[in-house]
Design a protein around this ligand. Structure first.
Ligand SMILES: [Zn+2]
Ligand SMILES: [Zn+2]
Length: 171
């Protein structure tokens, strides 16, 4: 859904979208969309500055893998957003529009509008936690034998690394 400045000049837009997995390309290695993404909100144009305001909420079930044990995990995403997009010309100069509200996140658009799908994709990406764990105290995989230590204890000894020797090795 393209949000065009020309159309927004006439009236604001209310959107309600359901996007099946595959519609948005997240281009992430391990994180995938597991179910439909639902989003709803409003888009308004501030005519004086050509600022496009996008406010709403979205919900989607994502899946990923645990950073430590590599088991599949579910990453439910639910967020509200209130974003202000300012026009920027092709030379990259930002408009003179002033940023009025510190609570509103600010971004920029090129040309005569922006894709709602791009807005939604970015919000999902921002909502995915940096550290993805199946559980807070995940024990991970043994670096020696590859055993998932949440499931069983392996017989490997944990080697204490002597710092003096590792410093020599780096020479
Ligand atoms: Zn884990
Ligand atoms: Zn082991």
């Amino acid at each position: 859904m393209f949000l065009s400045v020309r159309e927004l000049e006439v009236k604001s837009v209310r959107f309600e979208q359901t996007l099946a997995p595959g519609v948005l390309s997240f281009e992430l290695e391990d994180v995938k969309q597991a179910g439909p993404l639902t989003a709803a909100g409003t888009v308004e144009l501030v005519s004086s500055s050509e600022e496009i305001d996008v406010a709403g909420n979205l919900k989607v079930e994502m899946t990923g893998v645990c950073d430590r044990c590599l088991e599949p995990i579910s990453l439910p995403v639910e967020c509200e957003f209130d974003l202000a997009y300012y026009p920027v010309d092709d030379a990259g100069d930002k408009s003179e529009a002033e940023i009025k509200s510190s609570e509103t996140e600010v971004a920029y658009y090129h040309g005569n509008g922006l894709e709602l799908e791009d807005v939604l994709r970015e919000q999902v990406l921002l909502s995915i936690p940096m550290q993805k764990l199946c559980r807070e105290d995940c024990l991970g995989i043994c670096p020696h034998c590859g055993q998932n230590r949440n499931l069983a204890t392996c017989a490997c000894r944990v080697e204490a690394v002597d710092d003096r020797w590792s410093a020599l090795k780096n020479l």
